[in-house]
Write a protein that binds this ligand. Structure first.
Ligand SMILES: CCCCCCCCCCC/C=C/C(=O)SCCNC(=O)CCNC(=O)[C@H](O)C(C)(C)COP(=O)(O)OP(=O)(O)OC[C@H]1O[C@@H](n2cnc3c(N)ncnc32)[C@H](O)[C@@H]1OP(=O)(O)O
Ligand code: NDP
Length: 272
């Protein structure tokens, strides 16, 4: 097994985001925390969203001595009213040059074991909340000619066993991303999706997932997991002037897992 803590060499100037603002959902752990901290290190004023105040507070403590700043709003992104209000507060405070829709997740089950309620929950979190957050951030993104990065999943263009609801939601996000890349291009707003492969975070820490880790690495041609720092660096790159003409894309950061044999054939569970 090869679990990666690979930290990429920084490619961006330290003050590249001075005077800019960002919103990162799911900033209290894993990928979202790494993105928030990297943006703070590059001078950004970041607002983190998430349900657990204690987790967000930990991110704030880690960001305390950084050039940028980190404040947070404890909320459920599935609560549209709370989301709209928090987005407006953050936008009014420091603008929104970058929105990172990272909060997400699902449970692993074959489609025959997914109830309508389970389907709706996953679609609500991974698709509808992304629509709400992005629409809510629009006036601020327009004012800043900003960018949106949607954290997706490697392999969504070909399906993934045990993840029917999540792959459908994230394929929906890709469609939304491409449509808004067209509708908002005239406003100077860019939107992209990042598809990480396996990333070892708390989200993959339950016993079932840990037992699958060897198979997930074996199904990754480059032979290792994706580190949270790699996802964070690419997010920062997309928000920077280096990404100025990149929009409407799905960029898979997965060591070629999406090309095969891939994570998509990992057994999603029995129909029996
Ligand atoms: C086994 C390991 C296989 C590895 C395969 C590897 C694939 C490649 C790597 C993929 C990498 C992806 C990683 C990540 O996404 S990391 C982040 C992971 N973290 C999470 O996913 C946690 C987030 N999940 C949630 O927040 C919730 O589960 C969710 C939003 C999805 C639902 O929340 P809600 O509070 O609305 O849900 P309820 O508890 O009220 O349940 C709603 C209905 O859903 C049904 N349900 C829940 N769990 C299951 C299950 N395991 N199987 C079937 N159905 C389930 C639940 O029963 C409710 O429906 P009913 O009332 O009809 O019963
Ligand atoms: N780990 C992996 O292998 C991969 C992960 N991904 C995706 O990357 C994203 C981040 O996952 P990762 O960092 O691994 O996992 P984590 O479980 O660590 O992160 C998920 C974050 O989302 C937040 N969140 C979840 N539901 C809600 C909600 N309803 N409202 C507000 N915040 C919410 C959680 O905070 P809180 O609980 O405090 O609300 C948590 O901080 C997810 O979309 C995941 O599906 C994609 C590919 C691979």
């Amino acid at each position: 097994m090869s679990v990666s803590d690979f930290t990429p060499q920084p490619v961006l100037r330290d003050d590249i985001f001075n005077g800019q603002g960002a919103v990162v959902s799911g900033a209290g752990s894993g990928i979202g925390r790494a993105i928030a901290l990297r943006l703070c290190a590059l001078g950004m004023a970041v607002t983190g969203f998430g349900r657990r105040e204690d987790a967000l507070k930990e991110t704030a403590d880690l960001a305390a001595d950084m050039p940028g700043s980190f404040d947070f709003e404890a909320l459920n992104v599935r609560d549209t009213e709370a989301l709209d209000a928090a987005m407006a507060r953050s936008g009014d405070r420091h603008g929104i040059n970058l929105l990172v829709n990272n909060a997400g997740g699902q449970f692993f089950a074959p489609a025959t074991k997914i109830s309508r309620k389970g389907w709706d929950s996953v679609l609500d979190l991974n698709l509808s909340a992304v629509f709400s957050a992005t629409k809510s951030a629009y006036p601020y993104l327009k004012a800043a000619q900003g960018a949106v990065v949607n954290i997706s999943l490697s392999g969504i263009d070909r399906g993934s066993m045990g993840l029917a609801h999540s792959v459908a939601a994230r394929a929906g996000v890709l469609g939304l991303t491409r449509t808004l890349a067209l509708e908002w291009a005239g406003d100077g707003i860019r939107l992209n999706c990042l598809g990480p492969g396996t990333v070892v975070t708390a989200g993959l820490s339950d016993e079932a997932a840990r037992q699958m880790l060897d198979s997930l690495v074996a199904a990754t041609p480059m032979g290792r997991t994706t580190s949270v720092e790699e996802v964070a660096e690419l997010t920062a790159f997309l928000a920077s002037p280096a990404g100025a003409l990149m929009t409407g894309q799905l960029i898979q950061i997965d060591g070629a897992a999406h090309l095969g044999p891939g994570l998509h054939m990992i057994d999603g569970g029995s129909n029996e």
